[in-house]
Design a protein. Structure first.
Length: 91
């Protein structure tokens, strides 16, 4: 099994979740987080914002489903990591 973590901009979350649901991936965890990517934040006038609001989506899938999730149309909206999971218990 693998855990997939996607960090996306808040305005893209609905698109990403809808795409995952259409592919049959409905169980996920959504967290509001702050962070920055290669842009190192943004500057608006004299004010610099080092960390921006993001949303982290996490889901656990079978090994054979990883490519299906990663290739979901809107998942490329941010940082994506795939982590091995030794066990997971669904209730």
């Amino acid at each position: 099994m693998k855990m997939i973590r996607a960090i996306v901009r808040p305005e893209k979350v609905e698109e990403v979740v809808d795409s995952l649901e259409k592919e049959g991936f409905v169980a996920l965890t959504k967290l509001n987080v702050f962070g920055r990517g290669k842009q190192k934040g943004i500057q608006i006038g004299p004010t610099k914002y080092d960390e921006l609001p993001k949303v982290m989506l996490m889901l656990v899938v079978e090994d054979g489903d990883v490519e299906k999730v990663v290739d979901t149309p809107h998942i490329q909206c941010g940082c994506l990591t795939v982590i091995s999971v030794s066990s997971c218990r669904w209730r």
